[in-house]
Design a protein around this ligand. Sequence first.
Ligand SMILES: Cc1ncc(C[n+]2csc(CCOP(=O)(O)OP(=O)(O)O)c2C)c(N)n1
Length: 639
Amino acid sequence: MRLLQDINSPADLRRLPIEQLPEVAAEIRQYILETMSRIGGHTGASLGAVELAVALHYAFETPQDRLVWDVGHQAYAHKILTGRRDLLPTIKQYGGLSGFLKRDESEYDTFGAGHASTSISAALGMAIARDRKGEKHHVCAIIGDASLPGGMAMEAINQAGHLKTRLIVLLNDNEMSIAPAVGALTGYLNRIREAHGYHRFKDEVGETLLSIPGLGERLHHAAKTVKDALAAAVLPGALVNELGFKYIGYVDGHNPRALVAALREAQQIKDSPVIVHALTVKGKGFPSSEKNYYAWHATGAFDLKTGEPIKSVAKAPQYTAVFGDTLCELMEKDEKIVALTAAMPDGTGIDRALVRFPKRTFDVGIAEQHAVTFCAGMACEGLKPVAAIYSTFLQRGFDQVIHDVCIQNLNVTLALDRGGIAGPDGPTHHGLLDIAYLRAQPNIILMSPKDEAELRDMLLTAIEYEGPAALRYPRGNGVGVDISAAPKKLEIGKGEILRDGGEVAIVAYGSMVYPSLQAAENLAKDGIETSVVNARFVKPLDAGLLLALARTKRLIVTVEEAYLAGGFGSAVMELLEENGLQDKVRVVRMGIPDRLVTHGEAKLLLAKYGLDADGIYTRVKESVEVLEDRRSSREKIRS
Ligand SMILES: Cc1ncc(C[n+]2csc(CCOP(=O)(O)OP(=O)(O)O)c2C)c(N)n1
C-alpha cells in the first residue's frame, strides 16, 4: 500500500498526479481482495467499481460535491478513500462498517442505500436544493445498468430531463445485475456498445471520403446525413436526447484518466442533466471473479490463490433451496403454476425453475412493483403465479399487493425469503416488517413454517388457496427434518399444539417455534411446565385455539422474528380484545421492539433481542415470577 497508506481522505488523493491513479486503484483492488478473501462481502461488485471511485473522488471536490451511490454494495473503494480504509476488515460485522452506505457513518455517504434504483431521485432532490440555495457544487448519481431500469430511476430521469436540472449520472455498465441483467433497456445499452463500433467505422469512412479531391466535401455531407439518421435509431440520442439528457460515452470504466476526463466534460454541462456511460467488468482484476462474475457479485471467504470458496459444512438444506426444489416439483404437476423473481434467481431459488421451466419462469429485473402487478394480470387469466421476493424488497410492491392483488382477491402466491433478521446486510435488508405491512390487507392469508418440511406444505397450501397468500421463511439453513414426504395441504388458519400442559403457553410463529420448544424443555427442568403452539398462520389466526388458551392459561407468550408493532403478537392481542378476554390472561409479546436493528451475524442479533432458546426461557421465567409475586401479594391481602 505504497500510495494508499497516505490517503486518508479524498483531498490526499487529489494531491497526486493523475498518472498515479492506476497505481492507487491497483492497491485498493488488492486490499479489497485480501480483505474479502478472509471475511467475504460484495467482492465482485466492488472490484468492478474501483476506478470509478478513484476517478469520482479525483474529479469532484468531495464532500462539497455530492456523490450519491445506488445500492451501495459496490462502494468499498469509496469507503477506503474516505477515511475508512483501516475499518474495511470490520465491514458487515456487528459494530463494524455497514456493507452499504450510511449517512451517519461518513459525511461522504450523502444518502443511505441498500435497495436499488434510488440514487437518481435522491441526487435530483439534492440538485434542486442546491439550486434553490444558490449553491454551485456538483451532484453526481452513480447507478448500475441493472438498477437503471428500476421504476424509480426511470421516474427520476423523466423528471430530471423535464426540469433540465444540472445533474450528472454515472452509469456503471457491466451488463450484469446479480445474474445477467435482463430486459429491453439492457438490450438498448448493448446496442449502444455495438453502435460505437459503427461510429468509429463511420468516422473512418468519412475521413476517406474527405480525401477525394473535388467531390469529397459533398460526398461526405450526403453520407453523414444518411448515416446520422441510421445512427439516431440506435445511438443514445434515441432515448437519452429525447428525455432531455446529454450523453458522454462510452468510457473505459477501468481507465481513471479517461474517466476523469469524461467527468470533467460532464461538469461543464450547465443546461441539462448528463449521463456518463462507463463500461466496467464485474469482478475486475481477479481471474475467478472475472470468469464467474455471477457467483462473485457477493462472496463468502475464499482462497486468495485459487479463488475457491471456503465453505462451512451445512447440516441441513437452505430454506431457499427447499423452496426452489418444491416449486419445481409442483410446477411439474400443475401447468398453471408460473414462477417469478425480481433479479434474484439464485437468492430466491427460482434459478431451478428458470432452468427447468424457462417458458413459465420470469426474471423481471429489479422491478418488484411491476412483478406483483404482472402476477396479478396472470392470475386474472387463471394462472397460478408464485412470486419469490425477499421480504425487504416486497416493500417496494406494497401498493401493488393491496391495489392489484388483495382488493381483487387474486390467486397470487408471495414467497418471502429472508423473513426475519437478514444478518450482515443490516437494516435495509432485514425482513422484519412483512407481517405488519401485509396483515392489514384484505383477503390475504399469511403463514410461516416452523421447518423446511412445513415450508413444502405451505407452498402447496398457498398455491392451492384461491386468493392472495404469502409465506415467509428465514435466511439460512432449515432445521434438518426429513423432507421426503410429498407436500400436503394444510387447513387454513389452523395451528398445532406441539407440547401441552402447565399454566403457560408459548405461541410461536415460524422460525421461533423450535427455539420455543427448546426453551420449554429447559423450563420444565426448572419445574415450569409450558404448552408450545406452532401458530402457522398469523392471518387468519387460529381463533379457536387461542381463545381456549386465553380461557385456560395464566400466561401467553407470543414469539416472532419481526417487529412487534403490527406483528403476530399484536394480532393475538387484538383477537383477545375483540372477544373480551384481554383481562383474563396475561400476554407477553416477544419480538423486535421499535428500534433499528443493526448489521451483524443473525445469531448474535437474535440473541440480543432475546429471540433464541435462552432468551425465551429467561423471559418466560421472569414473567412467571412476576405472576407468582402478584399471586402471593393477593393472597397476603386476602388473609
Ligand atoms: C429493490 C431491490 N431489489 C433487489 C436488490 C438486490 N440487488 C442488490 S445489487 C443488485 C444488482 C444490481 O445491479 P447493478 O445496479 O447493475 O450493479 P452491479 O452490482 O452490477 O454493479 C440487486 C438485484 C436490491 N438491492 N434492491
